[in-house]
Design a protein around this ligand. Structure first.
Ligand code: CA
Length: 229
């Protein structure tokens, strides 16, 4: 392999994360670490890793949920790290699409062997053509393909609806005023009803929030709109 294999270590115990990072880099892998479950989920989809080591118990989103959600969108190899020697967890982990699991504490040699085995068995899917990915919970946008999926299902949007959603996603957690939205999505020279923003927010809500029964787009009364995790 010309390019180094990139391994993403999702582990909230700093001591273990550091140990894994040291050992894996010593073996010639490139690594990154994350201790927060929700951020890890987003980074797995947004950043380009070859394999994920996924701890089970994590703050904000647990390893099983991460694995389940990632599997709806990606076949990246995942090895679960579980602290409990709990058969149910293992079976569940494999059921939801983990490629392998290891029970802590484990010998690093065994983990390295499993990593190599999983990487060998994993047939690279179609060339990663996804490019940039914007994610919030189960909503994923692929700007280069002009595509939106919620819970793995494609959502048909008009050009303006798409642009509005993209603007909200790129500014996730930031409240955007109607004026900001209007000048960015419709342009500074837009002359027309400023209610157009509210109308398109309604369209998006019916195609996304209402259809999938989850609230993504929030109204901040008197201020504007925001997409939250
Ligand atoms: Ca943990």
């Amino acid at each position: 392999m010309d390019e180094k294999t990139r391994i993403f270590i999702v582990e909230d115990e700093k001591r273990i994360a550091r140990f894994l990072q040291m050992e894996l880099e010593h073996e010639g892998f490139v690594t990154a670490t994350e201790s927060n479950g929700r951020r890890a989920y987003e980074r797995i989809l947004q950043e380009n890793y070859d394999l994920v080591l996924l701890d089970l118990m994590l703050p904000e989103m647990d390893g099983l949920t991460i694995c389940q959600n990632v599997r709806k969108l990606s076949d990246i190899p995942i090895i679960m790290l579980t602290a409990k020697d709990d058969l149910e967890d293992k079976v569940q982990g494999l059921d939801i699409g983990a490629n392998d699991y290891m029970t802590k504490p484990f010998a690093i040699e065994e983990l390295l062997a499993r990593i190599r085995a999983v990487l060998r068995a994993h047939k690279p899917a179609e060339p990663a053509a996804d490019g940039e990915v914007l994610v919030t919970r189960d909503l994923v946008m692929y700007p280069e393909r002009y595509e939106v999926k919620v819970k793995g299902e494609p959502v048909e949007l008009t050009k303006k609806e798409y642009q509005l959603l993209e603007y909200l996603l790129r500014n996730k957690r930031t409240v955007l005023s109607r004026d900001q939205i209007l000048s960015t999505v419709w342009g500074y020279d837009y002359i027309g009803d400023t209610n157009v923003v509210d109308v398109y927010i309604r369209y998006l809500r019916s195609k996304i929030d209402e259809r999938f029964g989850e609230k993504y787009i929030h109204t901040m009364r008197g201020v504007g709109y925001v997409i939250k995790d």
